[in-house]
Design a protein around this ligand. Structure first.
Ligand SMILES: [Zn+2]
Length: 79
């Protein structure tokens, strides 16, 4: 079910992309609003959701909680 696919999307600090990723959030599909409600740049870097918790940068705790709640769907996405 393509519509349910999740992605990680980057939040940047005050220096934008040049300053590096400050925090990783989770978005549904191609959305630019994170599951925690934070608006992220539409052109911000994305990663596969399977990388959640494996990045050098921090991950948003609120997004993480939502993300895990939807984990049954994720099992289907990455089979
Ligand atoms: Zn978040």
């Amino acid at each position: 079910m393509r519509g349910m696919k999740h992605q990680m999307r980057a939040e940047y600090g005050g220096n934008g992309v040049a300053g590096g990723v400050r925090l990783w959030h989770v978005v549904r599909g191609e959305e630019s609003v994170a599951m925690c409600g934070r608006e992220l740049a539409a052109d911000a870097r994305v990663r596969e959701a399977v990388d959640w918790g494996k990045t050098a940068e921090l991950c948003c705790h609120t997004c993480g909680a939502y993300f895990l709640r939807e984990a049954p769907y994720l099992a289907d996405e990455h089979r």
